[in-house]
Design a protein around this ligand. Sequence first.
Ligand code: AMP
Length: 249
Amino acid sequence: MTSAVADAHVEVKQDLKGNPGPILLLGAPGVGKGTQAKELAAKWGIPQISTGDLLRYNRDHGTPLGLKAKEIMAAGKLVPDDLVNQMVAERLKQPDTAQGYILDGYPRTLGQAAWLDQHIGAEAGVLPVIAVSIQVGYNELLRRITGRRICPVCGTIYNIYLQPPKVDEKCDLDGTPLVRRSDDTEEVFKERMRTYESQTAPVVEHYRALGRFEEVDGSQPVSAVAAGVEGAVERLRNSEQKQQNRVQG
Ligand code: AMP
C-alpha cells in the first residue's frame, strides 16, 4: 500500500467513526444483514435500526401496530408502508441517530424508498444515504434460515449447520434453550423470497441507479463480509467527500 493510499484510509476511518451518516444494508432474508449491522454499528458508535426487530417488539408487546403486523409477518408478507414509515420516522427522531445509523431491512418497497429519500433529503446538514447490498445464493439462504437459532435472553444468533452452539440447542453464553423465529420455516422462507423478488429487488436497483451503492459477496465468512461492507462504506463516503470538495472548488 502506498503512503498516499494509507493516509487516505486512515483519514476516512476517522471520519466514519465520528459521523458515518445514514447507511442502508440491503439484501434478501438470511444474507446476514442483522449480524453485519450489529457489528458495524458497535464499531462506529451508531444505532442499528432493524424494522424486523422493531416490528417483533411491537408484536410481542401487543401494541396496536404489533396487532396489525402479526398475521402479515407470520405469512412472510410485508407490513403496509405507511405503518412502517411512521415507525421509522419515530425512531429517527431519537437523538442517538444524529451522527448516523444503519437501517437493516428497510426500505423494502419502492414506496418506502421514496419516503426515505424525501425524509432524509429534507433535513439540512445530513449526509446523503449510501446503500450496500449483500448477495447470497438461494440454496445457501434456505440453509441459513432453516438452521438459524437465537438466544431469547442475550440475542446471540447461531446456525445449527454453520455456527452450532457447543451444547445442542443451548446458548454458549448463558445456557438458555435457543429458539427459532416463527417465520424461519421453509414454507415462510419461500414466501419471503417471493416477496423479496417482487417488491424489494427493485429497491436495490433504485439505489444502484442513484449511485452511492455497492454490492458485497455475503457467502464469505462473517468477518470477510464485515470487511467488505466496511470497505464499501469507506469508499462511498470517500468518493462523495471528493465530489463535495470539487464542488466547493
Ligand atoms: P426481518 O427480520 O427483517 O426478516 O423482518 C421480519 C418480517 O417483518 C418481514 O418478513 C416482514 O413481515 C416484516 N418487515 C420487516 N421490515 C419490513 C419493512 N421494511 N416493510 C414491511 N415489512 C417489514
